[in-house]
Design a protein around this ligand. Structure first.
Ligand SMILES: Cc1cc2nc3c(=O)[nH]c(=O)nc-3n(C[C@H](O)[C@H](O)[C@H](O)COP(=O)(O)O)c2cc1C
Ligand code: SF4
Ligand code: SF4
Length: 306
């Protein structure tokens, strides 16, 4: 009998989704972990090939899972871009896991819309509430030990469920609802449509999004870990290069050891980064995040470029 194979495609800015991917892979030992940033790395030969040929990545497993954070109540722009390039013909079971701070999540339907072009739909979808990694928000706070324990218990329960559903190839769909933006239904209705639109079309190309304050010691961690290779240290100062896309992973913001990276105030939203703490997942180390940029680091060679 042919043995079962699984591929877990993941993207993580501050470690939540990476931790979940790791926990799932421990339950599904036949899974192969594939970081999405490595596949989309602007400077890799693979990406050049894709651009030249307008071709795609091809899965080679029966079971394919996607694990990523919720960005602006939908899927991150990098995940959308990647899914559009992915040939999933090999798979007969597809699942997706979103980690989020707690709002509604409208991204599974966005995925289904993309993969419907290949006559596929997600068989199982899972939502996991974890630490919020967006310190520009007024409501942001670093989770206490007690809160983190609760997240962890929740993660373990969900991973157990994912394992059961995936192993049985069952159909399952988590409830996507979450904390509302306001108590007014009509404002929520408008925001739930406006935010994903803004996220997909404008956010990643925004100029003057981050700045660095006087606490910067030029350690270079932000440059090293930027998943989009957008940050460059010039004259010992981190510069967010304008001609490069930002994946809005917030890795630079949350992993800077001196909390020296800030988000600018916008007309429509004050940023609270100067007075809030930061949130990387407690088990995530800078190198774990950096490893997402390279397939070689993980020793995975099972991806296929057509
Ligand atoms: C740009 C951005 C937008 C976000 N938008 C949402 C959101 O709309 N709803 C939500 O619940 N969490 C939101 N979050 C929080 C993350 O989804 C959450 O912390 C996630 O678990 C982070 O996963 P990661 O560490 O794997 O990147 C957002 C985070 C970022 C950086
Ligand atoms: S990680 Fe922080 S301290 Fe280090 S170079 Fe970047 S902004 Fe400066
Ligand atoms: S600039 Fe910061 S938020 Fe944007 S991709 Fe790089 S590390 Fe992520």
């Amino acid at each position: 009998m042919k043995s079962m194979t699984a591929e877990l495609y993941y993207f993580s800015g501050t470690g939540n989704s990476l931790y979940v991917t790791d926990q799932i892979s421990q339950k599904i030992p036949y899974s192969n972990l594939i970081p999405i940033p490595a596949l989309l790395n602007e400077k890799s030969d693979e990406t050049k090939k894709i651009k030249r040929n307008h071709k795609s990545f091809k899965t080679s497993a029966d079971i394919v899972g996607f694990i990523f954070p919720c960005h602006g109540i939908t899927i991150p722009v990098i995940v959308r871009k990647f899914l559009k390039m992915l040939d999933i013909a090999s798979s007969d079971f597809l699942f997706a896991v979103v980690t989020r701070g707690g709002s509604i999540f409208r991204g599974f339907s966005a995925i289904n819309k993309i993969i419907a072009k290949q006559d596929k739909q997600l068989d199982a979808t899972f939502v996991i509430n974890m630490g919020m990694n967006d310190p520009k928000l007024k409501e942001f706070s670093v989770p206490t030990e007690e809160e983190f324990k609760e997240f962890e218990e929740n993660v373990q329960k969900k991973v157990e469920l994912i394992h059961r559903i995936v192993n049985n190839r069952g159909e399952y769909h988590d409830n996507i609802s979450g904390i509302n933006f306001t108590r007014y239904k009509w404002i929520n209705y408008i925001l739930e449509r406006l935010i994903p639109f803004f996220m997909n079309h404008y956010a990643t190309g925004m100029k003057s999004y981050f700045y660095v304050d006087s606490k910067c010691t030029s350690c270079g961690i932000c440059e090293k870990m930027c998943l989009a290779n957008k940050i460059k240290l010039i004259d010992d100062q981190p510069i967010w290069q304008e001609d490069m896309e930002c994946y809005l992973c917030y890795g630079c913001l949350n992993f800077c050891p001196n909390e020296a990276i800030q988000i600018y105030d916008k007309i429509y939203m004050k940023s609270y980064t100067p007075e809030r703490g930061r949130y990387p997942h407690p088990y995530a180390k800078v190198n774990d995040m950096v490893n997402q940029k390279s397939l070689k680091e993980l020793g995975t060679d099972k991806y296929v470029i057509t």
